[in-house]
Design a protein around this ligand. Structure first.
Ligand code: TRP
Length: 463
């Protein structure tokens, strides 16, 4: 059965889908999260495992998600329910959609707070606040921001309103146009920053940190974090790409569009790493600085380079835009469901979803000040006490990226690889080459799910 369109509308072209999906994928995950997680986990080995996950798990699952979305043409919850019915499967598969909606709320709640940091940095850059600051100075400025809950609340609220405004209007008007200009501009500015980093004398140190693996540093948790980053950065496992796929024309090639999105996303992450780590080493900072990494390193570069005021302002502006085109995709699955099942119009649905995520975001805001003491419990395994827990922000990030998204991805791989009939899958994917189909199907059925399971088992020290 082939539904030609969704009640929510359709992308005006294949190119727009690619831009929107790239807009979803490229965001804080590439420029903020990737460098700081790689930095905290020793660099090289982490990066290589991340790249392997992108290729072996991310790409095939992205294709599966798009295929599901396009076949179901509804919110992920209803797509999963409808397709299960069509394929004669248990309706419990709808759980995949619910898991995704839950993950979307939690991710959006803290994503908006970090996007708020970026917003505030636009104004700092434009106002020349970085001029003359050294490493301690920029760190002080960052700490002053995050320890001020009222200021964070204002930026978080502003960013959430920006999201609600776009999502309320529907994905087609407004966003399509913005993405076309902003993504290439962001790419150009990153290249400029990499150029600046190259001129700073510590470039090769940055390169070898990013790409030279030290396998002795790798633990089960490192692998889990690398896989989680792959899911996060590609927007996979929660239905965002699935719903974007539901607005895609039946004629577009799923393989080509996915490959483009994955390549662009990976390129942006690696460029961000190449821009940031040389500055880290040139200024004697530690790569494991944590979530503040880019907010501490990049201002130093902008303070020194000619034209830094303009480039700095532009950079943070583009970072906000990249975050914006990502966070709307975090809202879309829940908004579409509210419209389909609860009869809300889009503006109302967007306000509800934005409101819930806004409220949850208060936990992240306080995680950097009043609630900065980690909560959790100690577990003693083999005589060694391990602390499980963290701040609310850390727990929200860990739970979603490293557990909920890979779990969602695993279920999607199993559904498409093992439960749907091969005929339906082939029909939807519509790959002209048999060999390519076979290769993809094999990876989706075996490599991806087994990979995810092994990483899970390794992370809890069972293997
Ligand atoms: N991929 C985006 C980033 O890298 C964040 C994002 C958007 C996301 N939609 C998602 C992450 C869905 C997980 C799931 O910034």
């Amino acid at each position: 059965m082939r539904r030609e369109s969704s009640i929510h509308g359709q992308w005006s072209s294949k190119l727009v889908f690619v831009l929107a999906a790239t807009g979803s994928a490229v965001g804080l995950g590439n420029i903020w999260r990737f460098p700081y997680i790689a930095g905290e986990n020793g660099g090289g080995a982490f990066v290589l495992i991340y790249l392997a996950c992108i290729l072996l798990i991310g790409l095939p699952i992205m294709m599966a998600e798009i295929a599901l979305g396009r076949r179901g043409r509804q919110s992920p919850i209803n797509t999963m329910a409808t397709l299960s019915r069509e394929e004669g499967l248990h309706r419990a598969w709808g759980f995949v959609g619910w898991l995704g909606v839950a993950a979307g709320f939690i991710i959006l709640s803290y994503y908006s707070v970090i996007a708020g940091w970026s917003l505030s940095y636009v104004f700092r850059a434009a106002g020349g606040a970085f001029t003359g600051l050294d490493a301690d100075g920029v760190r002080g400025m960052f700490n002053a921001l995050v320890s001020d809950p009222e200021r964070l609340l204002a930026w978080h609220t502003l960013f959430m309103i920006m999201n609600v405004l776009v999502v309320a209007r529907g994905v087609r008007s407004g966003l399509e146009k913005a993405v076309k200009f902003l993504m290439p501009a962001l790419f150009g500015l990153l290249l400029l920053l990499v150029g600046y980093s190259m001129s700073q004398g510590h470039f090769m140190e940055g390169v070898s940190f990013l790409f030279k693996p030290d396998w002795s540093e790798v633990s089960g948790d490192t692998i889990l974090l690398a896989m989680g980053q792959a899911f996060f950065t590609l927007s996979l496992g929660m239905g965002a790409i699935m719903i974007y796929g539901s607005y895609l024309s039946s004629k577009a090639s799923i393989l080509k569009t996915s490959a483009t999105v994955v390549s662009a996303d990976t390129a942006v992450a690696l460029l961000a790493g190449l821009a940031i780590f040389p500055i880290v080493f040139a200024s004697g900072l530690a790569p494991g600085e944590g979530p503040g990494l880019i907010f501490i390193t990049l201002p130093m570069a902008f303070a020194e380079m000619p034209g830094g005021l303009i480039f700095g302002t532009l950079f943070f502006l583009l970072l906000v835009t990249a975050a914006w085109t990502s966070s709307i995709s975090l809202m879309e699955p829940a908004v579409a469901w509210l419209a389909e099942n609860r009869g809300f119009d889009r503006p109302m649905a967007a306000v509800i979803v934005g409101g819930i995520a806004w409220f949850l975001g208060l936990g992240t805001i306080l995680s950097f000040s009043l609630w900065s003491n980690p909560i959790g419990f100690s577990l003693t395994i083999g005589g060694e006490a391990t602390f499980i827990g963290g701040t609310l922000f850390e727990m929200a990030d860990y739970l979603t990226s490293n557990i909920m998204l890979p779990l969602g991805g695993l279920l999607i791989a199993l559904f498409v690889g093992w439960r749907m009939t091969q005929r339906s899958v082939e029909d939807e994917l519509d790959l002209r080459s048999r060999v390519l189909f076979r290769a993809w199907y094999y990876v989706l059925r075996f490599a991806a799910p087994i990979g995810i399971l092994l990483v899970f088992l390794k992370a809890v020290n069972l293997i």
